[in-house]
Design a protein around this ligand. Structure first.
Ligand code: G3P
Ligand code: MG
Length: 253
């Protein structure tokens, strides 16, 4: 397994889609990210009560929809009744929580997709196996990357799809220090995804010398983006793909 050669570097990952301009983790935000020339989209995958892979960040639906409750307690039909657009802006009224399958159908052939395995509330559930099966079904084996803060989920999906690149997410601060250290080698991965606060020039150099790419999440500030680019970062997760593009252009001029 190696990182995709045709994934441009530095890579602009649209974090939860173009989430500075459209409601996060909706088809509207993913389509917009593609229009805005992001190199890849990032999304958060978890299971509904009846085992469908849905794309939503939080464990509950409250912040991003007009509903109430835990995603893992709601079946897909109930999740589909919720409006995932109007709490962001009335202009997006009617947007729904998408399934991963719907995202593949909408933009799967137009971009790379970083699927964050977000089974943190139920770390041993079948999310990795279900995602792997869906990726195969939709012929997306060479268009997706997996990431997670959950190392077990990454091990399990790597067994099923050994050629698909993996990004190890490091938890901000001390709790994620192991992932940024040589101990991280315990998890199969090609890229380390570091939080802004933990990223140093030295960390980038050390990881790159050991053959890893280094990505940083989540950066919406042009000065920070410039600094990380000067340090040689391989990719940026941003809510604002046009801002990242402009900054990369200015830095590489
Ligand atoms: O992959 C980077 C980022 O998505 C991880 O944090 O909470 O935005 O999913 P979060
Ligand atoms: Mg995420």
């Amino acid at each position: 397994m190696t990182m995709y050669k045709n994934l441009p570097r530095p890579t602009v990952f649209a974090h939860r889609g173009a989430s500075a301009y459209a409601p996060e983790n909706t088809l509207a935000s993913f389509r917009l990210a593609v229009q805005q020339n992001a190199d890849a989209i990032e999304l958060d995958a978890k299971l509904s009560a009846d085992g469908h892979i849905v794309v939503i960040h939080d464990q509950t639906v409250e912040r991003t929809t007009d509903g109430k409750g835990l995603v893992q307690d709601l079946p897909l039909a109930a999740l589909k009744e919720l409006d995932a657009g109007r709490t962001y802006d009335q202009a997006f009224r009617g947007e729904r929580i998408p399934t991963l399958s719907e995202v593949f159908e909408a933009v799967g052939q137009q971009t790379f997709i970083n699927i964050e395995l977000k089974n943190y509330a139920a770390p041993a559930n079948a999310l990795p196996e279900k995602v792997a099966a869906l990726v195969r079904k939709h012929n997306m084996v060479h268009r997706v990357l997996f990431s997670s803060f959950n190392p077990i989920a990454l091990h399990r999906i790597h067994k099923l799809l050994p050629k698909t690149p993996i990004c190890l997410l490091s938890i901000p601060g001390l709790a994620g220090a192991w992932a940024r250290s040589p101990l991280g080698r315990w998890v199969p991965h090609q890229a380390l995804n570091s939080a802004v606060r933990d990223l140093t020039k030295g960390l980038i150099a050390r990881k790159q010398n050991n053959g890893y790419r280094v990505y940083v999440y989540t950066v919406n500030n042009p000065e920070q983006i410039s600094r990380f680019l000067k340090w040689g970062v391989d990719g940026i997760f941003t809510d604002d793909p046009p801002l990242a593009r402009r900054t990369i252009k200015a830095e590489t001029r």
